[in-house]
Design a protein. Structure first.
Length: 147
């Protein structure tokens, strides 16, 4: 999504709210590799609202519905809501965050479908690599993969 919408990250301050090994930490490294300055926070971070207020980019990945409030945001910030909670509710309070943000991902329909499509893509690529490897090792077996 960052590439698709040409979101400039270089030199920007990104605040990741969530420290999970499958989302918060990898996203932090991805943004760091794109030359953003990254702060990793979590639900127990003291003065979280003040830290978020400094962010150009906020990634909500804390696992709590409507956790990030619009009043926490700096005017014009980018909000990437990677959370999903029962009832199709994200980790950012969309209604209060929308007016303050220059870009915001909805829940449902934002980060989730992109994540699923990338998981499927990587699964197919891994299967194709496995089949190519297997083909060279076991020439007597034929396997067909339909994608």
């Amino acid at each position: 999504m960052i590439d698709y919408y040409n979101l400039e990250l270089e030199g920007k301050h990104a605040v990741i709210i969530g420290r999970s090994p499958i989302l918060g930490k990898p996203v932090s490294m991805m943004l760091l590799n794109r030359n953003a300055t990254v702060t990793i926070c979590h639900s127990r971070t003291e003065n979280l609202d003040q830290i978020v207020k400094q962010a150009d980019v906020v990634v909500a990945a804390v696992g709590r519905p409507k956790f990030v409030k619009g009043e926490w945001l700096k005017e014009g910030s980018i909000v990437l809501d990677a959370g999903y909670n029962p009832g199709n509710i994200g980790d950012a309070d969309y209604e209060s965050c929308y007016p303050k943000s220059s870009a915001i991902t909805p829940v449902p329909g934002g980060i989730g479908p992109v994540t699923i499509s990338m998981l499927l893509k990587h699964t197919v690529e891994a299967a194709q690599r496995q089949l190519n490897t297997t083909k060279h090792i076991q020439t007597s077996h034929r396997v067909k993969l339909t994608v």
